[in-house]
Design a protein around this ligand. Structure first.
Ligand SMILES: Nc1nc2c(c(=O)[nH]1)N[C@H]1C(S)=C(S)[C@@H](COP(=O)(O)O)O[C@H]1N2
Ligand SMILES: [Mo]
Length: 430
């Protein structure tokens, strides 16, 4: 394939852009009217019955697929990878050749608890703290009535790829053994966090913002006082145009597993920053140090000296990764294949993807497809004509800031932010 094909491909890009728009309309961004219709049934049902019906309806959709004690309410699509009661990994093989967005039912889940019931007539979002002059609270209807915006963004667990640390260092880790499926891209709709903070009289001296969910975090075992799951972002991130409090995902009301009624979206930041089932926001004039942030959101190990008061190096933005849209391990027939994959960066937009079909000996540029949005991902593909044999496929992406993927990455004790090149095993049968 020549450079010309790679970089001068107007028609190709146009076709892809059209496909994207079509995809958004059909399987994702259903009309605003339809959204309100769904919500209307939902809220009406609750108002009459006084019960949190949406969650119940979800859990009954496909009871046979629910594992005992599961903390996930949505039905499990075929081929999904379950690691524990509260985790569900996206299956890359099912994404082969699909549109830009991950459908809600296929989106990975990382739940510490079963989604709490939601009652729109009693739910409130509290905004308080020393960084606001007029603490206030919002009802669900009030948030729904504010001007909304939509942002297409990835959410990715900071531990995505953890299993590759274990394999590279031949050393076990605790926590979910994700491969690369703890990521998804969706279109999120809601209100800018800045609009809510301004209504609460945001002070110019505000420094940190804590967003808190309705569920408890998992630190109580250490004897610390149990606290609600939360995350902290600096005021600059909280006020970014694309930092939102969202109530819709791909044009549907936020599903219980993904944070109903409202969750935070901080594009580019590690998954846990995107707190679900939110109930309280605290704005502070002094830095907020939670146990979670000090002890868990850090890289620790001999390569990462602690930066006091944190117990390691604080995690903020996600790094660069790539995945093939293939089963793990994959078995393919000999002959022509259009290999596809996706690459992403928490810090910007992917500008180059190289693929190796021989375990890293030689590399070629993959064809990037539109759209290619920052804080989301880019789809790419490459032609392959293998004969029977065992293959090690690799992909290496680079973002617009020059961040890329190296062959080896330093160890950290929680197995967070794996950013190395991953070797995907493929058997080709004759
Ligand atoms: N309240 C609350 N918010 C939460 C979590 C949680 O357990 N409770 N998990 C976090 C983590 S670790 C991740 S990776 C993302 C996962 O979002 P998803 O389940 O919608 O994919 O949600 C984050 N928000
Ligand atoms: Mo996570």
């Amino acid at each position: 394939m020549s450079d010309k094909n790679l970089f001068d491909q107007e028609d190709y890009l146009k076709a892809r852009a059209d496909e994207y728009i079509w995809q958004k309309r059909t399987d994702a961004n259903i009309s605003r009217q339809r959204f309100l219709q769904i919500l209307g049934t939902m809220v009406g049902g609750i108002a009459i019955g006084g019960l949190a019906k949406p969650a119940a309806a979800y859990s009954q959709t496909n009871p046979t697929l629910k594992t005992k004690g599961s903390k996930i309410l949505k039905p499990l699509p075929p081929g999904y990878i379950s690691h524990s009661q509260g985790t569900l990994e996206m299956n890359w093989e099912t994404m082969y050749g699909r549109g830009y967005l991950v459908p809600n039912d296929w989106f990975y889940v990382h739940n510490r608890h079963t989604p709490p019931p939601f009652n729109p007539s009693t739910w409130r979002l509290q905004i308080e703290g020393t960084g606001v002059s007029t603490p206030c609270q919002f009802t669900y209807d009030e948030i729904m009535a504010m001007p909304s915006i939509s942002v297409t963004s990835a959410i990715e667990c900071a531990a995505n790829g953890r299993r590759f640390f274990e394999e590279a260092y031949n050393r076990p880790l605790s926590g979910t053994r994700w491969r690369l499926g703890a990521i998804g891209v969706a279109e999120w709709t809601g209100v800018p966090l800045s609009a809510l903070l301004e209504r609460a009289g945001l002070k110019s001296t505000a420094k940190d913002v804590l967003v808190e969910g309705a569920d408890l975090d998992s630190l109580d075992a250490k004897g610390t006082k149990p606290s609600k799951f939360s995350s902290v972002v600096p005021i600059a991130k909280a006020l970014a145009d694309n930092s939102l409090i969202v109530y819709a995902m791909n044009g549907e009301p936020l599903p219980p597993d993904h944070g109903q009624p409202c969750r935070a979206i901080f594009p580019g930041w590690a998954g846990n920053a995107n707190v679900k089932w939110i109930e309280r926001i605290e704005v502070s004039e002094t830095p907020i140090y939670t146990q979670w942030v000090l002890k868990q959101m850090v890289l620790t190990g001999s390569d990462y000296p602690a930066v006091s008061p944190y117990e390691g190096k604080l995690i903020t933005y996600q790094n660069v990764k790539s995945a093939f849209e293939l089963a793990w391990p994959a078995t393919l027939a000999a002959g022509h294949h259009l290999l596809r994959g996706r690459s992403w960066s928490g810090k910007g937009k992917i500008v180059r993807v190289e693929v190796s079909l021989d375990g890293g000996k030689t590399w070629q540029l993959a064809r990037l497809r539109e759209p290619n949005l920052p804080f989301a991902w880019v789809r790419w593909d490459i032609d392959w004509n293998p004969v029977a044999g065992e293959y090690s496929l690799q992909a290496r992406a680079t973002d617009n800031l020059g961040n890329t993927q190296s062959n080896t990455v330093p160890w950290n004790d929680f197995g967070l932010l794996y950013g190395g090149v991953v070797t995907h095993p493929v058997t080709v049968q004759g």
